[in-house]
Design a protein around this ligand. Structure first.
Ligand code: FES
Length: 105
């Protein structure tokens, strides 16, 4: 089983079992990560699933889509490696991926 590492807003890291083809949001919700609100349920319309991808994985994860960028534009915490967790599909190539949950806007 692959692993997704998540750093919560308190700075604590947890390793989650990650199934390919699920989104990062699904993996976090399934594993009870509380800081990820994901209020719209993954329809790319709320930005409450904002995560920051660790630099070494940013290229593999790829850039945000135009729709994501439109939402992330309103975040005070946006970085060049910001993504919406509901828009990133996990794959085996992303094993060990580390993301930090962005501070609440
Ligand atoms: S869950 Fe709403 S944008 Fe990702």
């Amino acid at each position: 089983m692959s692993t997704l590492i998540v750093e919560n807003r308190a700075g604590q890291r947890v390793s989650l079992p990650a199934q390919p083809s699920l989104t990062l949001m699904d993996i976090m919700r399934t594993n009870g990560v509380e800081d990820i609100l994901a209020l719209c349920g993954g329809t790319c319309s709320c930005a409450t699933c904002h995560v920051i991808v660790e630099d070494e994985f940013a290229e593999r994860v790829g850039p945000a889509s135009e729709d994501e960028m439109d939402l992330l534009e309103y975040s005070d915490h946006r970085t060049s490696s910001s993504r919406l967790a509901c828009q990133v599909v996990f794959s085996e190539e992303l094993d060990g991926l580390c993301v930090r949950i962005a501070p609440e806007d």
